[in-house]
Design a binder for this molecule. Structure first.
Ligand code: ADP
Ligand code: GLC
Length: 490
């Protein structure tokens, strides 16, 4: 089975969040199941740099007349993993005009969306449809799998071309929709009359996300709970009606963890490697982390951590407001994150207020994130909504116990520690329900009570570390979905 995977990010080449981790893990996870997945990526500098042995497949003009080159090569794999250097074949859309510029993949250096984002990602989707129609004579996909709004126009372009190649569209986050003014629609090469309610129009704007949800043959999202939640007005971001209409073709497939990258037994970023049978070795990582961040090096203080984009989604005001109480109870807080300026400033102020007890790094630092999971005690993820969430999964795998809100993928991956779940050996973290300060503070107190019971704490760590959240299961479910689509059950 030949699958073209379309995404804007790809770990280890370019990452702003969990989308990259998933896009980078799926091709390798599906390989043993007989699926050859080839990524198609936009030609950001990091993608071009990571493409080994590039050859030109062909040149073309977009519907609005912009020249593009399609490159085929092999993608550099995560260092250290067993497949390092193997490099899977992939395509990159090469256009300096569209993709090579200062700033991030979506924003300018002063954090404004690039003005031509509609064209930058329409070009990606348009090339995907060309590949489905045979643009590369040496390889043609049986199916196209698009991820998030950046790939939303893929099924629209396939439909416009009358293609028989089916498309699966996966939602990683419904809150980012790729909305653009009506005027931007002209020139994208799609029928004018599709700009309507029964199409890709969303309250007078062009919605890439809605296009994906409307035109794809099958839909999926990244946890069973989020698949249910997005069919409700509370989580549906205005698209819940369409999602209810399409519920028969919508699945929730929980993300996995990429063992090549996230395994404390052989993680090259950790000062000390360890496993579920050698948890005492974590103490070395914790001391190193406390020292590195200027925290008091005291093993007895529970070290709460946050590794996150600093955005509305992540529920971080609860952490800010709960910080003083947390410190009063003899704990430490370490935050690694970047994003919203107000949240950045508020966390920096907390660090200034509690030297030695609260440390904040306003940065994106992949290596430090590994050291945090490998040395911290608690991973805080109190999200308002969370399609899947990967940091709580990394926390589970590293024995850095997750404290999460019962929502989306967080609810599907963490089992709250109470007397029953402890007794049955199922407890893997602490879970709270309502987005309220009292609930969060209570969860912190419960976590600290557990911390004071070392035997129970260790058992909960081990339960999480032995939980099978590897990509194998998810890959098997994607494969089954692809199969069903290919036998005509679109
Ligand atoms: P989201 O995709 O919504 O940001 P996820 O939990 O699915 O949330 O994925 C976030 C990914 O980004 C994880 O791999 C996490 O470790 C990483 N990450 C987030 N913020 C940072 C940061 N400041 N430094 C390093 N890694 C980060
Ligand atoms: C999105 C979601 C996150 C999910 C990730 C990967 O960024 O916010 O919950 O884990 O995609 O699927």
């Amino acid at each position: 089975m030949q699958i073209l995977q379309v995404s804007a990010e790809y770990f280890p080449l370019l990452k702003t969040g969990g989308l990259a981790d998933v896009a980078g893990a799926l091709p390798q996870a599906l390989l043993p199941l007989g699926c050859e997945v080839r990524p198609l990526l936009p030609g950001f500098a990091a993608m071009l740099d990571g493409l080994d042995e590039p050859v030109e497949v062909g040149r073309c003009l977009t519907p609005w007349g912009q020249p593009l080159r399609l490159l085929r090569g092999r993608l550099r794999e995560p260092a250290g993993g067993p497949q390092a250097g193997a490099g899977i074949p992939a395509y990159v859309v090469d256009s300096a005009e569209l993709y090579l510029r200062p700033g991030g993949p979506y924003e300018t250096p002063d954090r404004q969306p690039h003005a031509d984002n509609h064209r930058r990602f329409a070009a990606l989707c348009w090339v995907a449809a060309r590949l489905a129609e045979g643009f590369d004579p040496s390889w043609r996909p049986d199916l196209v799998h698009g991820h998030d709004w950046h790939a939303g126009l893929v099924p629209a372009y396939l439909a416009a071309a009358g293609s028989r190649v089916p498309c699966l569209f996966t939602v990683h986050n419904l809150a980012y929709q790729g909305l653009f003014p009506h005027a931007d629609y002209a020139g994208l090469g799609l029928p004018a009359h599709w700009f309507q309610l029964e199409g890709l129009e969303f309250y007078g704007q062009l919605s890439f996300m809605k296009a994906g949800l409307y035109y794809a043959d099958r839909l999926s999202t990244v946890s069973p709970s989020y698949a249910r939640e997005i069919q409700s007005p509370e989580f549906g971001c205005g698209l819940d009606g369409l999602l209810r209409q399409r519920q028969a073709v919508l699945s929730g497939i929980l993300n996995g963890i990429d063992d090549r990258v996230w395994n404390p037994l052989h993680d090259p970023h950790l000062p000390v490697n360890y496993g579920s049978d050698s948890l005492e070795l974590r103490a070395g990582n914790k001391a190193a982390l406390q020292a590195e961040l200027g925290l008091e090096v005291r093993p007895e203080l529970a070290l709460f951590t946050v590794v996150s984009r600093l955005t509305e989604q992540k529920g971080l005001p609860l952490v800010l407001a709960g910080c003083d109480a947390l410190v009063r109870q003899g704990a430490q807080l370490l935050v690694l994150g970047s994003g919203d300026r107000a949240l950045e400033a508020a966390f920096a102020a907390k660090a200034a207020q509690h030297p030695g007890r609260v440390a904040v790094r306003l940065a994106y630092d992949e290596a430090l994130s590994h050291r945090i999971f490998g040395g911290g005690d608690v991973t805080l993820v109190p999200s308002r909504f969370e399609p899947c969430g990967l940091t709580q999964i990394y926390g589970l795998a590293y024995g850095c116990l997750p404290l999460v809100r019962r929502v989306g993928g967080l609810a599907d991956t963490v089992t709250d520690a109470d007397l029953i779940t402890l007794d049955e050996g199922r407890a893997s973290g602490v879970v709270f329900d309502r987005m309220e300060q009292g609930d969060f503070d209570q969860a912190v107190r419960r976590m600290l009570a557990l911390y004071r019971r070392p035997a129970d704490w260790r058992q909960v760590q081990q339960t999480g570390m032995r939980q099978p959240l590897h990509w194998g299961d998810a890959a098997a479910r994607y494969q089954a979905l692809y199969r069903a689509m290919l036998v005509g059950d679109r």
